[in-house]
Design a binder for this molecule. Sequence first.
Ligand code: BGC
Length: 759
Amino acid sequence: MAIGACLCSCGGSQKEVYKDSTAPVKDRVEDLLKRMTLEEKVGQMNQFVGVEHIKANSAVMTEEELKNNTANAFYPGFTEKDIEKWTEEGLIGSFLHVLTIEEANYLQSLAMKSRLQIPIIFGIDAIHGNANAPDNTVYPTNINLACSFDTLMAYKIARQTAKEMRAMNMHWTFNPNVEVARDARWGRVGETYGEDPYLVTLLGVQSVKGYQGDLNGNEDVLACIKHFVGGSEPINGTNGSPTDLSERTLREVFFPPFEAGVKAGAMSLMTAHNELNGIPCHSNEWLMQDILRGEWNFPGFVVSDWMDIEHIHDLHATAENLKEAFYQSIMGGMDMHMHGIHWNEMVVELVREGRIPESRIDESVRRILDIKFRLGLFEQPYADEAETMKVRLCDEHRATALESARNGIVLLKNDGVLPLDASRYKKILVTGINADDQNILGDWSAPEKDENVTTILEGLKMIAPDTQFDFVDQGWDPRNMDPKKVAEAAVRAKSADLNIVVAGEYMMRFRWNDRTDGEDTDRSDLDLVGLQNELIEKVAASGKPTILILVNGRPLGVQWAAENLPAIVEAWAPGMYGGQAVAEILYGKVNPSAKLAITIPHSVGQLQMIYNHKPSQYFHPYAAGKPSTPLYPFGHGLSYTTYKYDDLKLAQKEITKDGTVDVSVKVTNTGDRDGVEIVQLYIRDKFSSVTRPVKELKDFARVSLKAGESQVVNFKITPDKLAFYDKKMKKIVEPGEFIVMVGASSDDKDLLKDSFFVK
Ligand code: BGC
């Protein structure tokens, strides 16, 4: 306590450089650090859940649960008053799950009473807009965005989200999720940008740039790339189960989006729930120190995931007690703890006992303070309650949510029934759990005011006002569908001209235990839950054309529908104006352009099913059950026009290892509607010293083409697109033949091919 005691008595007379906004951030950090007690430093490294969130959760828990449950953010024996007191004493560095500007400003006002007035940094899961807090723009979920292959849109959404966050005094989003999704059973697939490392990388980079800007203004927020690493290929498909991944797979598939995120300037990173090859990610020195800081020079701070440092002890069992878990995590490279009451005391003890050097604590605190200064929190700790709604949900942001939904909805199948002819289909039956529900907002969204959401039924009525829509409500809950309602839909389908069934999964987290998709909601099959298949089949038995719209996060193996229905639209969770976008696509007001950012398998037994697999993957076909091909391949997506690819040209047929190849292809809109085509370029290394994927996406372009128009699309193949890790794990470009494939999807039948040689 010597330092603290000295500062209390004489600190006031020293010039407080840290309060001088004109001083360089580095000097401000050092000045503040030397004024801080050990307790204050360790407090900066700790997070707490917002008081209102705790109150809301406590209200629905039993006495017993309140005493014992730590999973729902309860701090047994520690009250809201205690949290407030710690905040006033400067012992809490960050809060999460604070959902209103009023609470954020209030907690900040407590921090402003603390000795050094270090502001709180508020973190929140603003995954697709700041949707966890009501009254914010809800954009389509990440998997929908990924299907648009629209990197500029990723930037734009992140930028707008940052503005809405700052308008409610939020400073840090736990996004982008740059995990490469490799198992459709995993409930968090919808939170990712899909299965391709290159696409995930580009979208992640643009999101980071959009959130952070130059990380010094009132409109910038801190991005957090997560979860490091491997949780998207869990051994049994369930969230947080072990991952066992070779260094080759890590470096080729999982690391690139994280490395690129660091290079793009991401200043925080969250570690993953899971263990990786026997070592929990939360104590994994190889990941946090050697790779992240050693190889990639990450200057930001690492935050734990929810209670995962605790799990080093109580789940993974590599620490005999909690204090040991904190020790392992900090010495592994952790900077901030999400979240709880024991951290402060135990970490201080670990330092006092000489087990953790105080200099190690200083490193973490420096990183955290650096961000707080850069975000301007010392100068502007509050947001203006009178101004907040001028930014949130403003017209420009709503328009972006709609535009993004239009670009991300994938037309999987169309035998010609779409676009709908309003003069032919005058009476339409609409049914299914997602037809008239806010579930289109997706995971990580709070319920919104009805007037801020256009459901699919509302969208249809808006776009086709003269059509008679006969709605049979199936409720929102796929597990509890009423057979009588299914039967009623089957009967009413007979008197309709056409049927629309809106099926899928349930994702809204305010009904945590009722979801079928989302965080901690993994599946052992990929079928539609409940009576949904029965509903589709019975409605289709009417003999009237029946269209399936899917609202979901993970791929669903809707094989019966694919074989029997004339049209299927994969909407994912298209956000607050998703209903309008779906209707515009059905009626041809918008020509669909999205392509699958993830493979849709027929069934769970086909997993792992990815397009960029190794050559031997399907050497032996399955003896029974499904074929070795997907239901819909990566990159697939239909349009109301048709495109022709020809004239694939490689300007160089032979290059050196550091050479480049200029590729061009002519794409023609051969139909009678304007459209946007996503032109994809894949590469295969024909023979290599270690096995390489059968194809890998290496470039793409979103090309706007008027009916009848042709365009030559150009790509450049640079050495980094040819490189891989050799037997010694050295990144090299090997001589030999490389096959270039350009076309409309990853399916061979959609690709033109040529090749070149590296000498
Ligand atoms: C999730 C994280 C999230 C955190 C805070 C965890 O359960 O895994 O992705 O950021 O909660 O809400």
